[in-house]
Design a binder for this molecule. Structure first.
Ligand SMILES: C[S@@+](CC[C@H](N)C(=O)[O-])C[C@H]1O[C@@H](n2cnc3c(N)ncnc32)[C@H](O)[C@@H]1O
Length: 268
């Protein structure tokens, strides 16, 4: 049967992505508190309405979502990975929190209730490999936001054409579990499509048992001016500010070699 099979294969491989939520959660618990402090700063500084209700788009295992809920925000979350959402539902229920946690695609979703702010962290928008998908995503986010509310997200950027790839390795321990992680982004950048490869390895050692989890997937970077144009094309948002990290004074234009941009948009 020509036509259907490749799509089914692609869907299957997407479902295998992010399928080690417990190890991912521990490994990437790096600067979560600083990131959440920055998000709260943005909500207070840039929103034209009091931020109470927030959606975390591509929320993963919920590192930002849970911390914002702990600070009193009414959280909902959306992610394509059923395993991540199941993992997060259990964490959420254990704390007695209530909110909409749904498996869904960030290019086409609706929420039961509109929100005052939306976030999309750790370059999750990179999973959108075509401009049309990014436009559809921005339109879906605009629809779920109240007027004057914010959309805050971060994106990787290539800071050099000759050697854009970046690789990090580190270990984290939680109780008897040790997770050794390695992550690399901006591998094999195709300068035309702006698509690159990300690789992640998590090695978990617990009670003498070793488990290895490997994931590689495609991601796409956008350039800052391109992003502004795409936001205009999508409509519904005004550009507020961008940063080269999670510090309020780090305005993007003042950085020589940013590898990340954090963007704040406001719903018109
Ligand atoms: C890099 S992880 C980030 C997760 C989380 N935001 C964090 O900071 O740890 C990317 C997440 O995007 C999700 N994702 C990928 N494509 C998606 C899509 N089209 N719609 C919704 N979520 C998607 C993945 O399942 C994964 O949980």
């Amino acid at each position: 049967m020509v036509g259907g099979a490749p799509l089914r294969l692609r869907e299957k491989s997407r479902l295998r992505e992010y399928s080690a939520p417990r190890f991912y959660e521990i490994a990437f618990d790096l600067n979560r508190k600083g990131e959440v402090d920055f998000l709260v700063h943005c909500f207070k500084r840039f929103s034209r309405r009091r931020v109470r209700r927030v959606v975390d788009i591509a929320c993963g295992t919920g590192p930002h979502l849970m911390r914002l809920a702990d600070r009193g925000y009414l959280m909902s979350g959306l992610d394509l990975s059923p395993r991540n959402i199941q993992f997060l539902r259990e964490r959420f229920a254990a704390k007695g929190y209530q909110g909409e946690l749904v498996v869904g695609d960030m290019t086409d979703f609706r929420l039961a209730q509109p929100v005052d702010a939306a976030i999309c962290m750790q370059d999750s928008q990179g999973h959108l490999l075509r401009t049309e998908q990014l436009v559809a995503h921005l339109r879906a986010v605009a629809k779920c936001l109240k007027r004057g509310g914010l959309y805050v997200f971060d994106r990787y950027m290539a800071s050099s054409w000759t050697n854009p790839a970046r690789r990090w390795t580190w270990s984290k321990r939680r109780g008897r579990l040790i997770v050794r992680a390695s992550f690399s982004a901006l591998n094999d950048v195709d300068p035309v499509s702006q698509v690159f490869r990300e690789r992640m390895t998590l090695e978990a050692i617990e009670n003498g048992t070793r488990r290895l989890y490997r994931q590689t997937h495609l991601s796409r970077m956008v350039f800052p001016q391109e992003l502004k144009t795409v936001v205009e094309l999508a409509g519904g948002f005004e550009f507020v500010q961008w940063f080269f990290g999670f510090k309020p004074h780090q305005i993007l234009e003042t950085s020589r070699h940013p590898i990340i941009m954090v963007v704040v948009l406001r719903k018109k």
